[in-house]
Design a protein around this ligand. Structure first.
Ligand SMILES: [Zn+2]
Length: 328
């Protein structure tokens, strides 16, 4: 069962979360593997997409936000795009576009940052976004301060959190074909939050304490091995790392409240997309292939439009035809 465990360090301005995606992650991989057009991901791509999926769930669980969090890597190598979307209710979907050979031992830069032109984008798209309002987006390169290529995706996100949110963050991520998991530790911004209630130190003293405590906890968190993250349960992980710290745990989010696979595609959206192609283009596809077929890269659903469907789409230029099937 996929789960999120959130906690704070009692009396300290440091919070954390562990996510373990099992059924939700296996479902994402299963759908990809059964897609006859693409087939299963090469192993390094699977690992990258799994780490991104765990990270996106951690980030969504870490903010108060009603809408979708979209984590994307735009690659300049054989992996052109990797994208994960997480809704506020932890509905998750993910996909990657592979357009070339990925060797079994390919590094992050060999997949998405060959010419150091790869980018990582984080988008927050609010549920109640007004027409014309742009979603918030932050973009970071896949290199460090000295333009050196980063080889761990967690390093890319740590950079992002520091640059855009000004938050010290420690991330450990790992994924295989059964589990996508992550640990996040973050220093809370300044004093005055509920976590510091009762703390009578001055702001300056707080600042010193904050860094000291955060640094100690970050070192502990960083000692977590990839193998441990993949194979141990959450209780064991937290006990091994933080047995000497005082953790305040929140109710885990699991089952229906936890991360689960779900795709937001539907026939309406595909209809609008075909409309966007224009009548000429749609009819030329019809002539060539006998139907217009659009597959969802996230869930594998195939949407098919025959001559009658296409005629209906372009019959009423200002109105959408009624949907014949709403596929979730
Ligand atoms: Zn879909």
């Amino acid at each position: 069962m996929s789960e999120i465990h959130k906690f704070i360090f009692e009396g300290l301005p440091v919070r954390g979360a562990v996510v373990r995606l099992t059924d939700a992650w296996v479902e994402i991989l299963r759908r990809r593997a059964s897609n006859t057009t693409h087939g299963a991901y090469p192993l390094p791509v699977q690992a990258l997409l799994g780490e991104m999926t765990a990270a996106a769930v951690l980030m969504q669980s870490n903010i108060k936000f009603n809408g979708s969090l979209i984590l994307q890597v735009f690659g300049d190598g054989p992996v052109k795009l990797a994208v994960v979307e997480v809704q506020s209710d932890f509905a998750v979907r993910a996909t990657a576009t592979v357009n070339g050979e990925v060797s079994a031992d390919a590094t992050l830069s060999q997949m998405v940052n060959v010419g150091n032109e790869g980018r990582c984008a984080i988008t927050l798209d609010p549920q109640d976004r007004q027409p014309g309002q742009q979603p918030y987006q932050g973009v970071v390169p896949l290199f460090g301060d000295d333009k050196e290529k980063l080889e761990k995706f967690s390093d890319v996100l740590q950079h992002y959190m520091l640059q855009s949110e000004q938050l010290d963050t420690t991330l450990v991520l790992a994924a295989d074909d059964k589990v996508a998991a992550g640990l996040l530790i973050q220093r809370l911004p300044m004093s005055g939050t509920g976590n510091l209630a009762g703390n009578t130190h001055s702001a300056d003293e707080d600042q010193i304490g904050i860094n000291e405590h955060y640094n100690r906890i970050a070192v502990l968190a960083s000692s977590l091995k990839r193998e441990e993250l993949l194979t141990l349960d959450v209780e064991t992980i937290l006990h091994r790392l933080f047995w000497d710290e005082s953790l305040l745990r929140f109710e885990p989010l699991q089952g229906e409240a936890g991360p689960h696979f779900s795709c937001t595609c539907n026939r309406d959206r595909v209809t609008r997309m075909i409309k966007g192609l224009g009548a000429d283009e749609a009819h030329s596809i019809l002539q060539e292939l006998g139907q217009v077929e659009v597959g969802c890269d996230f869930c594998g659903t195939q949407y098919r439009f025959d001559t009658v469907d296409v005629a209906q789409i372009f019959r009423q230029p200002d109105e959408l035809p009624p949907t014949s099937a709403a596929v979730q």
